[in-house]
Design a binder for this molecule. Structure first.
Ligand code: 4AD
Ligand code: MG
Length: 440
């Protein structure tokens, strides 16, 4: 539907460049106020919301009648003169000269999401429509910015994007959270929990790489931090140690927050996010060993014993006195995946690091240095009861020019939840997949 008669179709976000011009806006009716001979349809077009002014005496009778009774979320194309109006939300108003209703939502079956309070289940059931609401819209714009900033950072620091498969023959993060899929001829494959193992292969080919895509975890945990399908970015570097991994993750986080603050201020305002919390996130991030983290938790009243993994409550307690992420490093090998490189001085701990976000957002980054020695890796596979045959290709990486290497994974939804200050990560992805939700 291209414009005609020389009237330019613009987006609402572009309104500041067209004040005083006759323009056309194609969108949906967001809201409508009326008082007798005048009505104010608010139109949204995905880039913003624009208040329009329709005056009965200035319009053909039919046009005014159609507009004044238009139903929420009906689609329409309006034309008129754009005018700066400091009192209007957004700063501009459109004096309607003509309007065409593309599809009128019938009164008999009205748009289900109204300004009144709906319960979360109702909203989640209507997620395909809920995305049009202001907070959801703002959240997904922040997500877009986060993803773009991540790519920009990595692309400009020598990382090559090499995406990794989703159908995989083996576990990466442990066999208990694998989704099994029937492949052909009785073959079973699993949905990838992480692209890391393949990332290690691509790092040996390109030096520094990343993969960025959806991963799957059959976690039966119904918490505000867990999805069964989520997006992860996983940089991987050849000739790198734990220190290098921590450095890149920290720089990346600081960079992405800077971008979000620079480009998505309006959205953060819409979400009523306390910007000072994000502005406080600067380098250097504090670092603590797992040992000291356990001591810190115990001193704060936790009963966690050395050797056990942190739960949500531990992560929150550990960072409640901090304004930026905490790097916890050198975990007991027993709580980490098979591929972690042991510390040479203390072989019962591994060179892994988790980044715990402040404000209760939990672990946003997990990574570390990988085992590069063939014999040690074979030993670990056996200890974890992982079949050697499935990992033969992964073992090849230790036979043909093996080098110390490492990387990390950052969970996009947890990161976005933190940026937006959201209670639950379900709103940070367009169509969340959770223990009890696979629809819409
Ligand atoms: O700590 P994880 O399990 O690490 C890995 O998968 C490594 N293979 C990554 C690597 O080194 N390349 O997951 C990484 C991050 C976590 O820190 C968290 O942010 C997020 O992924 N994450 C989840 N996000 C949402 N729902 C879940 N169920 C998640 N599980 C992990
Ligand atoms: Mg982890």
């Amino acid at each position: 539907m291209s414009p005609s008669n020389g009237v330019r179709r613009i987006t609402i976000s572009d309104a500041p460049h067209h004040a005083g011009e006759s323009v056309e806006i194609a969108g949906w009716l967001y809201n409508l106020r009326r008082s007798g001979k005048i009505c104010f349809p608010q139109v949204r077009d995905g880039t913003g919301i624009l208040q329009c002014v329709a005056v009965k005496s200035a319009l053909p009778e039919q046009t005014f009648d159609e507009l004044k009774d238009l139903t929420q979320e009906s689609s329409l194309i309006v034309r008129g003169k754009l005018r700066a109006e400091p009192r209007a939300p957004g700063g501009y108003e459109l004096d309607v000269e003509s309007a065409r209703i593309v599809q009128r939502v019938p009164e008999s079956d009205p748009y289900p999401i109204t300004p009144k309070d709906h319960g979360i289940d109702f909203l989640m059931d209507h997620r395909h429509l809920w995305l049009r609401s202001r907070r959801q819209h703002a959240t997904l714009l922040v997500r877009h910015e986060v993803m773009k900033a991540i790519r920009d950072y990595l692309d400009s620091h020598g990382f090559v994007l090499v995406d990794t498969p989703i159908f995989t023959p083996a576990a990466c993060e442990g066999t208990t959270t694998l989704f099994e899929v029937d492949y052909f001829e009785d073959e079973k494959v699993y949905l990838a929990q992480s692209g890391q193992l393949y990332g290690e292969a691509t790092a040996m080919a390109f030096g520094k790489t990343y993969n960025f895509g959806p991963v799957f975890r059959a976690e039966k945990s119904k918490t505000r931090r867990h999805l069964t399908e989520f997006w992860m970015v996983e940089p991987e570097m050849a000739y790198a140690n734990l220190e290098d991994v921590e450095h890149v993750a920290e720089e990346l986080i600081v960079f992405v927050i800077g971008r979000v603050l620079e480009h998505r201020r309006e959205e953060l305002k819409e979400l009523e996010r306390d910007l000072s919390k994000l502005e406080a996130v600067k380098s250097p991030f504090p670092r603590i060993s797992y040992d000291d983290a356990v001591k810190k938790l115990q001193s704060k009243g936790s009963e966690i014993p050395w050797g056990s993994d942190f739960g949500n409550a531990d992560e929150t307690l550990l960072t409640d006195d901090l304004d930026r992420p905490l790097i916890v490093e050198k975990f007991p090998s027993a709580v980490k995946a098979f591929y972690f490189q042991p510390d040479t001085e203390r072989p019962n701990v591994v060179l892994g690091a988790d980044f715990i976000a402040p404000e209760g957002y939990g672990e946003i980054v997990g990574g570390g240095q990988r085992i590069h020695d063939l014999d040690l890796l074979l030993k670990r596979l056996a200890e974890h009861n992982l079949p050697r045959e499935t990992f033969d290709w992964y073992l090849d990486l230790r036979k043909f020019g093996s080098v110390p290497h490492g990387g990390f994974g950052m969970g996009i939804e947890r990161f976005v939840a933190w940026m937006c200050g959201l209670e639950h990560i379900r709103e940070t992805i367009a169509f969340p997949r959770m223990l009890y939700r696979t629809k819409p």
